[in-house]
Design a protein around this ligand. Sequence first.
Ligand code: HEC
Length: 420
Amino acid sequence: MPPTPAMHVARADTGPRSPMTAADWVSPLIAGLHWLQWHALQALAALGAIDAVAGQPGWPLDWRVSGEHLLIDAPNARRLAFGVLALMIAAGLAGMAVVCRRRRGWLLGAAAALPVFAPWPDPAVVLVPAHPTSFHRSPTGFSAHAIVAGHTLYETHCAACHGATGRGDGPVATQQPVWPPDFIGPLLWRRGDGDLFWHIREGVTDRHGRETMPGFGRMLNDTEVWQLIDFLRAQSAGQSLRLAGAWRHPIRLPASAIDCAGQSSSTDVRPWLGQRLRLVAPAAGQPMPIEDPRLVTIALVAPSHGAASAVGAERHAERHADCRIDDASAWAALALVTGDAPLADRQWLVDRAGWLRAVSAPGSRGWSDDDLVCRSERSDRPEASAGARRDPRDGLDGLGRLLATIDADPVRLVRDGRVH
Ligand code: HEC
């Protein structure tokens, strides 16, 4: 089995210039291949040549080109890049042959020869098994509501084998033909949503065609399967924070309605992209922190347990905040990604691209570098940023230093070899 590719890579813009890594140039190649396949699929569907599966065009082949292994296999990645380049030149030559009559023979010959003699990569490296739903996109938008709905479904249908926290230690796990996977591991993050969808709906078989996990297509509808996938990712993030003290795989802020000065936004996070967000769950009786021009502060309203807590003197500071999220599912989803820890008196930072990056300890009144729990592998290593140069963050306060680090170390999530 090939080693797992680095799942969270980031450009280290701070510190001495680092050499370009394979991820820097392979990522656009992989993204381009995915783009091509996805658009070819949509074009064929628009022409009516392809049937829909679960509401989206079904991938017709049992393999697809994937970049999953290219990030760790530079020679094959280079061959693929040359192959793609040869194809593009061949297409250009063929185009010239159409307009240029005199050299048509030569041009067509060269166009045909180029792809034949191009150094193509080993097919076993770039072709991976595919399912009809491999290119499907989740319609849920990673919403807090979907995560919470997925949680209930998980407890009913999956926990017996996969365990209450997804570690693969449910009460009937030992009776399965193979051990259910530990969802904190890399598996969930290597798979695209579409492949996970297929495995949950249709089941999993081993190489001899023997069923290792039953399919749930008859018991669950498509929306429920997508909700389960969101839940699995949220749970995995929370458990990795609880056990390893970090979100090993980046996780987005679960989407929910954000109400700013009485104007409620939809549950889509897109209007907020481009701004840094600070989520605050104040402890009972504590005031909200002072607004800070570097970010948008949003109060997370605790779900009211019984009518009494929502009235009169019991009304909390967050109810008067300029921006707030007042949605019990948002609270539950955030509790899940924070590893089931108590939320009151905590804060979270969300970067401009919508990724959750830092979480403060309850009751802490300032930020420090230790609160950054989603960071790239490179910034984990102090020598990557240590150097003779002056630290550009000198003179900033804790929050300023943290924001500078986050901005300089953007998340580039690699899933299925694809950088999002
Ligand atoms: C009867 C036990 C059992 C139940 C119930 C079960 N699973 Fe599984 N699941 C397994 C086993 C065993 C595997 C490992 C299969 C393998 O690797 O061949 C697995 C694998 C998986 C995988 C990884 C598939 C992949 O891409 O390799 C996912 C995701 C998953 N299960 C999700 C679920 C969800 C969601 C539910 C509930 C709807 C569920 N499972 C219910 C036993 C179970």
